[in-house]
Design a protein around this ligand. Structure first.
Ligand code: AMP
Length: 280
């Protein structure tokens, strides 16, 4: 396992792989690693000959400067957590490696970035697309592993791969949860134990929503879920949406063949959490 801290060393390493025709799996992260990230690494290990993990807190995807400043960082711990998995490389680039000059690229994701995270975090997905495409260009993997926890992000990345014609297989990985159902997230580190317990409520509501389908209509299920969050003293609801898992359309655009997913964002003690659950 090698830890590479700058672009020129990484390029040298990556070029050395060119003659080896090995399958390269890539796991991009923002660090503050937990079992959710490690499940991606495990999956990458199973299907790749070379595993590369990046750790880079991407400023262009943060619309709230306080959120960026408070984002948990602990590179030492991250490296220690990854060591047992023995990935080939942990790539920890600097800001200038990723953005030698300001990235002014715009992307058109149609409906995909107009709702939910896109609506409540303006510019977020532009930043995600910028960093992911830059990392794809640098790492040049055969496959890249992303968590379903960021459901909308997965749809955006699949669209990005199509638009920019990357020959990279996007592998989606299931959400890893705490015992009480709370989706693991780096931001959970910002919560007290009590708040983490309270936040188990998010999964409970998602689960009840899933259970009430198809006996209730999606709009009825949404209404009930919104009420539950609104009545909770510690959670501030940002959105709750039931959408088509492919098109991310909602409301009248849903039809009987739609595979639905309920997506939610809430704040607890000013920490923003997202989660989702697919209805099968
Ligand atoms: P982040 O470091 O938050 O940018 O996340 C890096 C990758 O880990 C993304 O593809 C996330 O979707 C994924 N991820 C984060 N939390 C989880 C989780 N609880 N379960 C599965 N994947 C996750």
């Amino acid at each position: 396992m090698e830890v590479i801290y700058n672009l020129s060393d990484f390029r040298e390493y990556r070029n050395s792989l060119d003659s080896q025709s090995k399958i390269i799996g890539f796991v991009p992260t923002m660090g503050a690693l937990h079992a959710g990230h490690l499940s991606l690494v495990e999956k990458a290990k199973k299907s790749s000959e070379i595993v590369i993990i990046s750790i880079f807190v991407n400023p262009t995807q943060f619309n709230d400067p306080a959120d960026l400043m408070n984002y948990p960082k602990d590179i030492k711990k991250d490296i220690a957590k990854l060591t047992p998995y023995n990935p080939d490389v942990i790539f920890i680039p600097g800001l200038k490696d990723i953005y030698p000059k300001p990235d002014t690229r715009q992307f058109d994701f149609g409906n995909l970035d107009k709702i939910m995270e896109g609506e409540s975090r303006p510019g977020h997905f532009k930043g995600v697309a910028q960093v992911v495409s830059r990392l794809f260009d640098i790492v040049r993997p055969h496959s890249a592993f992303f968590g379903q926890k960021d459901f909308q992000q997965l749809a955006i990345i699949k669209s990005l791969v199509k638009q920019l014609d990357y020959k990279i297989e996007i592998i989606s990985c299931p959400i890893v949860r705490e015992k009480n159902g709370l989706a693991m997230s780096s931001r959970n580190m910002l919560l007290s134990e009590e708040a983490r317990n309270v936040a188990g409520f998010i999964y409970k509501v998602l689960w009840e929503a899933k259970e009430s389908y198809p006996s209730l209509l999606p709009e009825e299920i949404s209404k009930t879920a919104v009420e539950k969050f609104k009545n909770h003293p510690d959670l501030k609801l940002i959105y709750f949406e039931i959408i088509d898992s492919e098109s991310l359309e909602s409301g009248k655009a849903l039809n009987k063949s739609s595979k639905l997913v309920a997506c939610v964002a809430v704040k607890i003690n000013d920490v923003r959490l997202i989660d989702n659950l697919i209805f099968v």
